[in-house]
Ligand binder design. Structure first.
Ligand code: NAD
Ligand code: TYD
Length: 357
């Protein structure tokens, strides 16, 4: 089986990163994608509107934990690879209720791995060898760094601190074990914070862009000095494609933007760009509001991407300043998309998360 010639199965492909990946895959590789997504609050078919009349994109609503559905999909489409993006992905939501995180990120990944293992074990020899299961994970599994600590390498201990990161860490361990125990050819990517088009506005960057445009307060948790490494989503998708093609089975690869910023720097940069291109509420920085911190808030993440660069020649193509400008422009240009995601459900979340801060 030549992976560049056959169908792939993507899970969670109606979410932020998954949708960007599917669009990039169709544009660059051009081979069919079966997209299995439960369409939770974070899944949005509008993200895939550009593919609505493209026969190479086959969308199916369903749960990665629904074994009969996944088994049927695998038997019918016979993918050469499964890429698992599906997850509950927001730390604050995991603090308010961890159940869905355990259900999807841990139990769901386990059930998906089992269905894939049964499918893979029955493949003819050549196809079996070429098959890959790629698991999309996060740098948050490594825990929190001090200001002078070296960046996370692939050998850093797992020290997850939030229900979200603990559930992702558990899923990474399952993926690793399915390789060591059953020989399933797995690959895992651990990436830093993404930003870009289609990100649900519960996350820092789209939340701040949309609040600022609307003249609403820009909530900064704690002292605003927490540090994240930021990567433009298109660069993450390119890295995933490379790892799928040339990564070594059983290996993990850290992905990052080499762009550490404090949250305050991120918010101030967004304000400065908006002052320039949409000055209605200038100076936007006057909207900045310090609010009660997130419990257990990790202080700093930083990623050492040297393995990915050395082995596969990958490095980010988009600088933070360019990517942020493009992203702000995208949110300004997609009013209908924004209106649709800022629905009743979203307003309930804002009341839950910010009402008592
Ligand atoms: P997202 O929340 O935007 O999208 C998740 C998607 O998964 C949604 O479309 C949702 O409907 C779907 N989904 C949820 N539960 C499902 C289930 N049980 N079965 C099928 N589909 C289900 O998340 P995202 O930001 O696009 O993240 C994608 C992946 O990348 C996640 O695994 C996340 O942990 C990882 N990741 C995200 C970031 C980031 O900054 N956003 C960084 C590193 C890694
Ligand atoms: P977020 O986008 O939720 O990603 P993660 O928690 O996975 O890193 O948050 C990024 C950073 O921004 C994190 O340090 C928390 C902070 N933050 C705020 O200060 N205010 C907010 O309203 C949100 C959503 C996040």
């Amino acid at each position: 089986m030549d992976r560049s010639e056959s169908t792939i199965l993507v899970t969670g492909g109606a979410g932020f990163i998954g949708a960007n990946f599917v669009i990039q895959w169709i544009a660059n590789v051009g081979k069919p994608v079966v997209n299995l997504d439960k369409l939770t609050y974070a899944g949005n078919l509008a993200n895939l509107a550009s593919l609505s009349s493209d026969a190479r994109h086959i969308f199916l609503k369903g749960d990665i934990g629904d074994t009969p559905v996944v088994a049927k999909l695998l038997a019918e489409y016979r993918p050469c690879a499964v890429l698992n993006f599906a997850a509950e992905s927001h730390v604050d939501r995991s603090i308010h209720g961890a159940g869905e995180f355990i259900e999807t990120n841990l139990a769901g990944t386990f059930r998906l791995l089992e269905a894939v293992r049964h499918y893979w074990q029955a493949l003819p020899a050549g196809q079996k060898e070429a098959f890959r299961f790629l698991h999309v994970s996060t740098d948050e599994v490594y825990g929190s760094l001090g200001p002078a600590d070296p960046a996370f390498t692939e050998h850093h201990n797992y020290q997850p601190n939030s229900p979200y990161s603990a559930s992702k860490a558990g899923s990474d361990h399952l993926v690793r074990a399915w390789h060591h125990t059953y020989g399933l050819p797995v690959l895992t990517t651990n990436c830093s914070n993404n930003y870009g088009p289609f990100q649900f506005p519960e996350k820092l960057i789209p939340l701040v862009i949309l609040n600022a445009i609307q003249g609403k307060p820009l909530p900064v948790y704690g002292d605003g000095q927490n540090v994240r490494d930021w990567l433009y989503v298109g660069d993450h998708c390119t890295a995933i494609r490379l790892v799928l093609e040339r990564g070594r089975p059983g290996e993990t690869y850290n992905v990052g933007g080499n762009t550490e910023r404090t949250n305050l720097e991120v918010v101030r940069t967004i304000c400065a760009v908006l002052d320039e291109i949409r000055p209605d509420h200038s100076p936007h920085s006057s909207l900045l509001t310090f609010v009660q911190d997130r419990p257990g808030h990790d202080r700093r993440y930083a990623i050492d991407t040297s393995k990915l660069k050395r082995e596969l020649g990958w490095q980010p193509a988009v600088t933070f300043e360019e990517g942020l400008r493009q992203t702000i422009r995208w949110y300004l240009d997609h009013e209908e998309w924004v209106r649709n995601v800022q629905s009743g459900d979203y307003r309930n979340w804002l009341a839950v998360n910010y009402g008592r801060r």
